[in-house]
Design a binder for this molecule. Structure first.
Ligand SMILES: [Zn+2]
Length: 260
């Protein structure tokens, strides 16, 4: 059976037979795995369409549960990412995140729309990488059944407070009045909490439409990453790599400003 699907390549794994690859592709219906046969290694259009971070149209032949790719044409390559190692490493982390959180049976087009929007904004430099990272983490977690309860204080029910605390192990918030100080927590100011609510509760097409100052962004980033790591209980190699790139870039710009 032949089928045509559009999808984003999240991962490409080399197989022992020469030129063969296994792809993990995020489609409108979750993640599908398909093989590129070594015989296709001179088909340059197919090869470029099968690269990680490429959004492509695939013609897939399915036989007894095994899927192989007959043809593929790239639709969007996000090629600007290759000019910036920090943004590229974040894009790779987003792919690792989607691989961990989206299942193969997920008949929901939101993860794909989220990833395409995130990669577009990242490649065009239209949002800060840290903002894109926090949005992708919180939203993919929410779509995968780990939606944090950020509406009101879990103890007294208040919506607004100068300071709220996010409890990453529980995925809930408590106000400063109810906070005991013994739980693992991430402080949230009003802006960071409003952003968190916006990411979790708005329709997908609106989740990137906000701006935060650097201080509030840092609070949001810390809370979202702590929540992700607490719930998934695993390491993300691409996250560590992204952080090391970010550190190097930070040190470089510090040195440059010292020299001026
Ligand atoms: Zn309270």
């Amino acid at each position: 059976m032949l089928q045509t699907v559009n999808g984003l390549v999240l991962r490409q794994v080399r197989l022992p037979s020469e030129g063969s690859r296994k792809l993990s592709i995020l489609t409108n219906n979750g993640i599908t795995e398909a093989f590129v046969n070594g015989a296709n290694r001179k088909n340059t259009t197919l090869q470029s369409a099968a690269q990680p971070l490429c959004y492509s149209q695939f013609v897939i032949f399915e036989n007894r549960g095994s899927r192989s790719i007959n043809q593929a044409v790239p639709i969007e390559l996000f090629f600007e990412l290759t000019n910036d190692i920090e943004r590229l490493s974040l894009a790779q982390y987003l792919c690792e995140l989607a691989l961990a959180l989206v299942s193969g049976q997920d008949h929901n087009d939101e993860p794909l729309r989220l990833m395409l929007n995130a990669l577009h904004l990242l490649s065009k430099n239209k949002r800060e990488p840290e903002q894109i990272k926090a949005i992708a983490e919180l939203r993919l977690m929410s779509l995968s059944g780990f939606m944090p309860d950020v509406l009101m204080c879990a103890v007294c029910g208040s919506y607004e407070h100068e300071r709220m605390y996010f409890l990453p192990d529980e995925g809930r918030i408590v106000c400063a009045g109810c906070f005991k100080g013994t739980e693992r927590s991430c402080e949230l100011n009003r802006s960071a909490l409003t952003a968190m609510r916006h990411i979790v509760l708005s329709p997908t097409e609106k989740i990137f439409s906000f701006r935060l100052g650097p201080g509030s962004q840092k609070l949001l980033s810390d809370a979202s990453e702590a929540f992700l790591l607490a719930k998934t209980r695993r390491n993300f190699a691409a996250l560590e790599f992204y952080k090391s790139m970010k550190r190097d870039n930070g040190e470089q710009s510090e040195n440059e400003s010292e020299q001026q």
